[in-house]
Design a protein around this ligand. Structure first.
Ligand code: DGL
Length: 261
């Protein structure tokens, strides 16, 4: 059976997991919500590299993974190359969908909604230079929106007007396509699309699922009749059981040896 390891600081990568299980319903997933180190979007490259190395090493000691998905734009844009150099298992990163956004934009004004780490990083600048050189790019960094997505998924109260006000600059600037460049943000896609119907909201979830599919097809794994498993690990405060039920997952605490970062 094919098993994947997905990592994020919290509930964001579950939007990626949803795309993967939709395209690949037989794949098992170990999902790490690294809430003991949340948020990722304000961390340095070195801190994220050490933390992700520790998590991947810890879990890979106990289970075999056919691929690892860094289901987080912040970590992928900062440390993907270093993680690939360190581990032999294929590692797939999630990076902002600048290219599809530029291809789709008629106004040639696109938006990027992401974390602080992603917006200030060199990786995004390079993506823009390569794929959207003729577009004006309006960038909005918001850690608040990450927190609001956490609240929504935990079933806590959040103010939808606050969500919409974070996205308001895009409408004011005449943007017609916005990249949801943080995996937490597709949790608000419906609300954003309803409030700003003139804007198309794009993310990388479906493209990541296709990438996973092509890697699993090329790796050797025998067909199985076993049912796929979904494990939800948390590293900090215990996730509510309702979260596991919502994703039909078993809930597991993740204990890290060092946790020095
Ligand atoms: N979901 C992550 C991302 O895609 C990180 C959010 C955070 O922890 O700041 O960037």
């Amino acid at each position: 059976m094919s098993r994947l390891l997905l990592l994020d600081s919290g509930v964001g990568g579950l939007t990626v997991a949803a795309n993967i299980t939709e395209q690949l319903p037989k794949v098992s997933i170990d999902y790490v919500a690294d809430n003991g180190f949340y948020p990722y979007g304000t961390k340095t490259e070195q801190a994220l590299f050490l933390r992700l190395t520790e998590i991947i090493s810890t879990l890979s000691d106990t289970r075999d993974y056919q691929a690892i998905v860094i289901a987080c734009n912040s970590a992928s844009t900062l440390v993907l190359d270093r993680l690939r150099a360190k581990f032999t298992v294929p590692i797939i990163g999630v990076v902002p969908a600048i290219k599809p956004a530029a291809l789709a934009s008629r106004a040639r004004v696109i938006g990027l909604l992401a974390t602080e780490a992603t917006v200030r990083g060199q990786y995004v600048e390079q993506l823009i230079r390569t794929f959207a050189a003729d577009c004006r790019v309006i960038k909005v960094a918001s850690q608040t929106l990450v927190e609001l997505a956490e609240r929504k998924l935990h079933g806590d109260q959040y103010d939808i007007e606050q969500v919409l006000s974070i996205a308001a600059p895009f409408a004011a600037e005449g943007v017609d396509v916005v990249v949801l460049g943080c995996t937490h943000f597709p949790w608000f896609r419906e609300e954003l699309a309803a409030a700003f119907p003139q804007i198309t909201w794009v993310d990388s979830g479906a493209a990541i699922a296709r990438r996973v599919q092509s890697i699993l097809q090329s790796s050797e794994h025998s067909p199985t009749l076993m049912l796929p498993e979904f494990r939800l690990y948390y590293s900090g405060e215990a996730y509510p059981a309702t979260m596991a039920q919502r994703f039909a997952a078993t809930l597991q605490p993740l204990r890290l040896e060092k946790s020095q970062h």
